[in-house]
Design a protein around this ligand. Structure first.
Ligand SMILES: Nc1ncnc2c1ncn2[C@@H]1O[C@H](COP(=O)(O)OP(=O)(O)OP(=O)(O)O)[C@@H](O)[C@H]1O
Length: 260
């Protein structure tokens, strides 16, 4: 009798939260997080200010505490996932006066490969130069980072993360205050990275980007309100539940977010 084939173990998700609570100094700021992102998929984190979007991203990076449940990155806990994930911070969270060139910022993305004490080698410099070219800024390597436009600085930060060659890329409001060309350039690069199998987590207030550029959406406001395909999750009813009166439904069924 032919032997039954051994069951194939399910491939590890790029990111998985199971009934997770996260916070700081023992205090939970976000609970009930249950989601999964597959390689090559993009997840949008959507919720009002203070909802916990950045905290969820920081938990993946080991910068916020996991206070309950579980969290794995390609099957590893955050402490064992060094090098698998890279982070693109909000551009206005960085000191623009920091006296470094755009090329030097991107090269920082290679330090986890070369180590902080060893100077980056030729291969590191080539990978960093390719990353800068990928975001359309090959000719700006020598420009001072702080003198670039906000959109260009955001693209340099994306290049720094790409240079780290991550399997999971986390972006904290990458489109905030960006000019249209920079936004389009970033969306194009993100689509290419997904096609190569990189998983993305993007926090955003932009419902159009969440719907058009992401497969799944997680609605957050101190807890997870919904997680699932973008077209189902971005419904007027779920947005109103998450945002309260900040979510306004327009004639035609479109929902927009307004400041309180
Ligand atoms: N380092 C920290 N220590 C303690 N509490 C923090 C820390 N960072 C954020 N918080 C708190 O955690 C909660 C969630 O904040 P978080 O920055 O994750 O929200 P967010 O959804 O990213 O908001 P925004 O859209 O305004 O960036 C807030 O109440 C905030 O005050």
């Amino acid at each position: 009798m032919a032997e039954a084939p051994a069951p194939t173990p399910a491939a590890d998700a790029a990111l998985r939260f199971s009934r997770a609570s996260v916070g700081y100094a023992g205090r939970t700021v976000l609970h009930g997080v249950d989601l999964r992102v597959e390689p090559g998929q993009a997840l949008a984190l959507v919720g009002p200010n203070g909802a916990g979007k950045s905290t969820l991203i920081k938990a993946v990076l080991g910068m916020a505490q996991l206070l309950g449940g579980s969290l794995t990155i390609l099957g590893h806990p955050p402490a064992g996932a060094r090098g698998l994930a890279a982070y693109v911070p909000q551009v206005d969270s960085l000191d623009a006066d920091f006296p470094v060139s755009a090329g030097q910022v991107v090269l920082m993305g290679r330090y986890r490969h070369s180590g902080w004490l060893r100077p980056p080698g030729r291969a590191d410099r080539r990978i960093a130069a390719e990353a800068l070219a990928r975001v359309g800024l090959a000719d700006r390597a020598r420009d001072r980072f702080g003198l670039l436009s906000g959109g260009q600085r955001q693209r340099v930060l994306l290049a720094r993360a790409i240079a780290a060659q991550p399997r999971l890329l986390l972006l904290d409001e990458p489109f905030n205050g960006l000019d249209a060309p920079s936004q389009e350039e970033i969306l194009r690069v993100l689509a290419d990275l997904r096609a190569e199998g990189t998983a993305l987590v993007v926090s955003t207030h932009d419902l159009t980007i969440a719907r058009d550029a992401c497969d799944t959406v997680c609605l957050l406001n101190g807890r997870q309100y919904a997680f699932g395909p973008a077209e189902r999750t971005l419904s007027p009813a779920l947005l109103r539940e998450t945002y309260g009166s900040q979510a306004v439904e327009l004639p035609g069924g479109r929902t927009v977010l307004v400041e309180p």
